[in-house]
Design a protein around this ligand. Structure first.
Ligand code: PMP
Ligand code: GLN
Length: 385
């Protein structure tokens, strides 16, 4: 029989799925895959339930229901002072993952170069390669995750079609500052490229810092796509509602991909997310404050268990240097070890790189009940004592 597609079949099952399955099998505390352990805001769940009972339950408009698209435009104005025309510049997709895929399919021509900054969220590289793009990888390294400016500048060329930028960045937790963003913006303009900005953790930024969309920098409004996710902003990762903001000419092109990939997103979830985005500022501040307290809690507990912890600037992930507890193997071995021997699941940071580099770091997800975080840290402490 003829072979299946060689690009996608070269990848195994994602580390998130593998670790979650193993955690279930071993009855371990799952601090691997990134998802909260509560059910999400009740007002949104009630709204979604009511909307599915009362309908309509037929295809909504392809670009998303007007109330959600208007809410996306207003959210841009409220938080970033971006003026957005909801009718020509917003679109709703099945999660940020679909937004990313739509952008990649719509913007890349085979042979185009795409600048990617490792550590990378898992879908970027396979989809860029599947679209025929040539990845140009730039590495950020723990523990400081400094932007290697020369390497980044070298990764751009006249063939660069776009950069895919994730800020706040999973799993580095880096929140790009204005100076770094300006450096990136200058490169994008110099090389007449686009920027696809994965900003799903936009509301989970700590220590009084602010998320800055690249789109708000001078000259970037016409070159950027900005992507958000209800899964992260409303702590319901199963909902898979994503939303993008882009200049009209790009949005029109990207909508062609959406048209053929999923065409629409469930109406009831869109209605609830519209309500969610319109909530008072206190909702968004509360999300951030809650996660910041959890960051501090797990940091202190892991610290006490003997781990050297990396600074978490945003997202709901915290990484540790596994050498600090005397573990001598790599990070994959460490994660396999602690899931079996300590009953705690984590994700090896090397999974976010194409080539291993320094595999000595493991990522813990902390958007969990305090008692679960305490128990996980206690298990690790006992195990490594
Ligand atoms: N980008 C990043 C950086 C993520 O961490 C995630 C969450 N898994 C996604 C995109 C995907 O978001 P969604 O679940 O909305 O597709
Ligand atoms: N974004 C989540 C994480 O980094 C997982 C998403 C997924 O499982 N595909 O853990």
């Amino acid at each position: 029989m003829k072979p299946v597609n060689s690009v996608l079949s070269s990848y195994g099952v994602t580390v998130f799925e593998t670790m979650s399955r193993l955690a279930m099998e071993m009855d371990a505390i799952n601090l691997g895959q990134g998802f909260p352990d509560d059910n999400g805001p009740e007002n949104l769940r009630l709204m979604a339930a009511e909307a599915v009972i009362n309908g309509p339950n037929q295809y909504p408009p392809m670009l998303g229901i007007p109330e959600l698209r208007q809410a996306v435009a207003e959210h841009n104005k409220r938080f970033y002072d971006l003026d957005v025309d909801w009718q020509t510049e917003t679109m709703v997709t099945c999660g940020a993952t679909e937004s990313l895929t739509d952008c990649i399919l719509a913007l890349i021509e085979p042979g185009d170069e795409v600048v990617l900054i490792e550590p990378l969220y898992d879908s970027y590289l396979p989809m860029v390669r599947r679209a025929g793009g040539i990845p140009k990888l730039v590495r950020l390294e723990p523990p400081n995750w400094e932007l290697p400016r020369d390497a980044l500048a070298d990764a751009f060329s006249s063939k660069t079609k776009m950069i895919l930028l994730n800020s706040p960045q999973n799993p580095a937790t880096k929140v790009y500052d204005r100076n770094e963003l300006q450096f990136i913006a200058d490169l994008v303009i110099k090389h007449d490229a686009y920027a696809v900005c994965d900003e799903v953790y936009e509301h989970i930024v700590f220590d009084g810092d602010q998320h800055i969309p690249l789109m708000t920098l001078p000259g970037m409004r016409d070159r950027c796509v900005r992507i958000g996710s209800a899964g992260k902003t409303f702590s319901m990762t199963a909902w898979k509602v994503g939303y993008m903001t882009a200049p009209a000419n790009l949005l029109g092109a990207i909508a062609k991909a959406h048209q053929f990939v999923t065409f629409t997103t469930p109406t009831n979830l869109q209605r609830a997310v519209a309500m969610g985005l319109e909530q008072e500022d206190s909702y968004f501040a509360g999300l951030c404050a809650t996660q910041e307290a959890k960051r501090d809690r797990i940091r202190d507990a892991l610290d006490e268990a003997g781990f050297e912890t990396l600074y978490t600037a945003g997202t709901y992930f915290l990484s540790v240097d596994i050498r600090s507890v005397g573990f001598e193997g790599g990070d994959v071995a460490f994660c396999e070890h602690i899931i079996r021997e300590a009953g705690v699941a984590a994700i090896p940071l090397s999974a976010f790189y194409q080539k291993n580099g320094q595999p000595h770091f493991a990522r813990f997800c902390f958007c969990k009940q305090d008692s679960i975080l305490d128990e996980a840290a206690a298990r690790l402490k006992n195990h490594f004592a």
